[in-house]
Write a protein that binds this ligand. Sequence first.
Ligand code: FE2
Length: 479
Amino acid sequence: MITQSHPQQFQQPWYGMFAQAAPEFPTTRLPILSGAIPENLKGSLYRNGPGRLKRGGQRVGHWFDGDGAVLAVHFDSVNATGVYRYVQTAGYQAEEQADQFLMGGYGMLPAGSLWQRLRQGATKNAANTSVLALPDKLLTLWEGGHPHALDLNTLETQRLDDLGFLAPDQSFSAHPKWDPISSEIYNFGVSYSKQGHLHVYRCNQEGAVQRQTKIPLQGLPMIHDFVMAGPYLIFCISPVFLNPLPMLAQLKSYSDSLQWKPQQGTHILVIDRESLEVVSQGEADPWYQWHFGNGYVDDQENVVIDVVRYADFSTNQFLKEVASGHPHTQAEGQLWRLHLDPQTSQVLETYKLMDRTGEFPVVDPHQVGQAHRHTYLSTRPTSDPTTELFREIVSFDHVSQQLSSVQMGDQAYCSEPIYAPDPDHPGQGWILTVVYQAASHTSEVWILAAHRLEEGPICRLGLPSVVPMGFHGTWQPSL
Ligand SMILES: [Fe+2]
């Protein structure tokens, strides 16, 4: 075990996981703290997120600026090994050598005077948002650029990867959708020039592009996620627009150049999955979302979408404040359902599914694009509404309208729930999450039975050192 000193003087119990750069660890057999690994759980959990929020005494401008570090936990039904590595991006290596932040990012300007920033104003690919497991490599995803390719076992960084088709200005977002029927992978990227463009990609299961398209956008919106619903790809483009001038003048970061313009409403864009051509476009009320849970076509031929919906874009300010340990902006997202006519993009009905504040909505990966019964989210317990980060995982049953939940316990914080299907029992599986125990300043991997969350973890694994809460991950079953 790598020993770590307990960080002193952190602001909130959860800030202990961000107070110092998370140390890497090599492939290590993980101790079982309680329970046993389910026999059918064979494969790898991969998670990505910022591992370092400070360098050379300076703090990042926004949580999204932290250097990406990937956790892999490989399960063989009896044992589990873990490995944690920073993505060796060019920016990370340069800053590691200089021991200071040099480059700009989502929420920070490059180092130096205005003149130096204008001359050298490069943006760092943070490689910190999600991962996509392909047969021969693990991609780390960041929506502002190309992915990095890592070794699936060791997490050694291999290269910045254009996947054989991405032009230099084309990005590959952090929310690809895998179709469980065809094994196709859909994704998008937004490029900014005088006009914004949405690039939409259909790839095969190896990641080779089969078709792509380029759709002009109104203004320069920020787009983080989309929905696959039956034969459609659907974008709900919230009214958050980049004002490019202060960013190009190196006076404001990208994040600080984003403007919330509710008068413009949410733009709905429905795309045919096969042709990648636009089916319809329309306008809806303004809201903001980072993430969709899932989408499908119902028996009325309408689209049903689950989304964690915010009233406005103040969530971005809250996430900026997390990096300081002193969040004070109120930003509460709840799970909503949306019914949409795909032929007109008209929203037919929209309503809140549950009151609890939550994020990271997921479904069984075998139900992506199809009707799903359960949605899983990380939430704040109602008994502790002041806690900024998530301390509970809930399952919402769309048939019974009932919630089941598991709380992490006192001063314990979860990350995104990741669904690992049981290969022998369709419809069943496990929820995997990384838990930070603030009292002991340790991190654990929890395995929960997806349909029996309230029974608590059926297995807890100890990690050698703290792996801070990150953003997204994936489950890759053994072949
Ligand atoms: Fe995301």
